[in-house]
Design a protein around this ligand. Structure first.
Ligand code: 5AD
Ligand code: FES
Length: 347
C-alpha cells in the first residue's frame, strides 16, 4: 500500500486528517486512487443509505441578484441577463406538481435579495400548510440572523449556503470587496445555531483554486459537520469575468465526492446539475463516487433558461415530470433507486 492509499484507509477509519494530509491526498489523485476512494465511499454510503437515492425538487424562484460574484451568470453586472421573479401562485403550483410526482423536499433557490423576507416567510408557511409531509429548503443567500430566524419560525427546515471556498484569500479572488468571507462563514454558524439542517459547499476547479485551498474546504467540512454539502465543477459563463477560465473536471469532482463521503459517511451529498453539464453521465458518475441525492428541476419551463448560472446548463428544456423520470431511469441503470422520502440525514 502506498502512502496515499494509507491516508485513504485512515480517512475511512477516523473520518479526519490533518490539513497537510488532505492536501497530499488531493495532489496524489490518479484514476487508480480515485477508484479506491470510490469503492470505500460506496461501502460507507451503502451501510447507511443502502441503494436509496433522495430527490429534491429544485424551484428557481428568481434570478434577480444584488451580488456580483465573478463566476456567476446572474451577477448584478450582467446586463444581458433576462431577469424574472416568479409569482406566488406559480411557485405554489410547482410545489403541488412536485408533491404529485413524489417529491417530499422542495428547494427554493434564487439570487440574493430577490424576494423580501416577509414574502419568503409567507411562501414557506403556505407550502407547509399545503404539503405538511414535505421539507422546505431555502437557498437564497446571506441574511442577518434575525431574518434567518423568521424563516425558520415560518417552518423552513433546511438552508443551503455554499461557502464557495474555505480560504479567505481565495474567496476574495472570486468575489468583489463588498462580499465578505467572514460574514459568509458567520451566516453558516447562525443557520446552524438556529436549528436549520445546514448545507455548505464549493465549486471544484474554480479560478485560483489549489490543492491547499481544497484541503481547507475538506478540513472546514470535517470541523463544521454540515448535514449537506453541494459540490460541482466550476463551469465558465460567457458574460462573466471568468468567461475564459477552464471548467472543473468530472474526475476531480468525483474524487472529492468520495473524500467527503469518507469524512462524513451520513452526509447528504448531491450529484449536481453542474456535474451533469460537464459530462453526459456526470450524475451517474457522481452517485457511483459516493453521492446520494439528486435534484431534478421543478421550475416552470418558461423561465428555466433564464436561471443561467453557467453555460450549457442541462435540463432547461424539460418538463418537471421528464426530469424526474429521466433521473429515475438513470439511477436504475446503475443499480440505485429514487425514493419518495423527505430524505433527512440519518444520524
Ligand atoms: N459554475 C458552477 N457553479 C456555479 N455557481 C454559480 N456560478 C457557477 C458557475 N459558473 C454555483 C455557486 C452557487 C450555486 C448556487 O451555484 O456555488 O453557490
Ligand atoms: Fe448572485 Fe453570485 S451573482 S449569488
Amino acid at each position: 500500500m502506498n502512502n496515499a492509499e494509507a491516508l485513504l484507509e485512515r480517512l475511512n477509519e477516523d473520518h479526519a486528517l490533518s490539513l497537510d494530509e488532505y492536501e497530499a491526498l488531493i495532489e496524489a489523485q490518479t484514476p487508480d486512487l480515485a477508484q479506491k476512494a470510490a469503492a470505500l465511499a460506496d461501502r460507507a454510503r451503502r451501510e447507511i443509505y443502502g441503494n436509496k437515492i433522495y430527490v429534491r425538487g429544485l424551484i428557481e424562484i428568481g434570478n434577480v441578484c444584488r451580488n456580483d460574484c465573478y463566476y456567476c451568470g446572474i451577477r448584478r453586472s450582467n446586463k444581458s441577463c433576462d431577469r424574472y421573479v416568479l409569482d406566488d401562485e406559480t411557485i405554489l403550483a410547482c410545489c403541488d406538481e412536485g408533491d404529485a410526482l413524489g417529491f417530499r423536499t422542495f428547494v427554493l433557490q434564487s439570487g440574493e435579495g430577490c424576494l423580501s423576507v416577509a414574502r419568503i416567510c409567507d411562501l414557506v408557511r403556505e407550502i407547509k400548510r399545503r404539503h405538511p409531509a414535505c421539507a422546505v429548503t431555502l437557498s437564497l443567500g446571506e441574511y442577518d440572523r434575525a431574518d434567518y430566524q423568521k424563516m425558520f419560525d415560518a417552518g423552513a427546515d433546511r438552508y443551503l449556503l455554499r461557502h464557495e471556498t474555505a480560504d479567505k484569500a481565495h474567496y476574495e479572488k472570486l468575489h468583489p470587496a463588498a462580499l465578505s468571507f467572514d460574514r459568509r462563514m458567520n451566516c453558516l454558524r447562525d443557520l446552524k445555531a438556529i436549528g436549520f439542517q445546514v448545507g455548505c459547499g464549493f465549486m471544484v476547479g474554480s479560478p485560483f483554486q489549489t490543492a491547499r485551498t481544497l484541503a481547507k474546504d475538506l478540513k472546514f467540512i470535517e470541523a463544521f459537520q454540515p448535514d449537506m454539502c453541494g459540490i460541482g465543477p466550476f463551469v465558465p459563463h460567457h458574460a462573466t469575468p471568468f468567461a475564459d477560465e477552464p471548467a472543473g473536471t468530472i474526475e476531480q469532482t468525483c474524487y472529492l465526492l468520495s473524500l467527503l463521503r469518507l469524512i462524513r459517511p451520513n452526509l447528504l451529498l448531491p450529484a449536481t446539475t453542474a456535474l451533469g453539464t460537464v459530462d453526459p453521465r456526470g450524475r451517474e458518475k457522481g452517485i457511483l463516487a459516493g453521492a446520494n441525492v439528486v435534484m431534478p428541476n421543478l421550475s416552470p419551463t418558461a423561465t428555466r433558461k433564464q436561471y443561467d448560472l453557467y453555460d450549457n446548463k442541462i435540463c432547461t428544456g424539460d418538463e418537471s415530470a421528464q426530469c424526474k423520470n429521466c433521473l429515475n431511469m438513470r439511477m436504475r441503470t446503475i443499480g440505485f433507486e429514487i425514493v419518495t422520502d423527505r430524505g433527512d440525514i440519518k444520524k
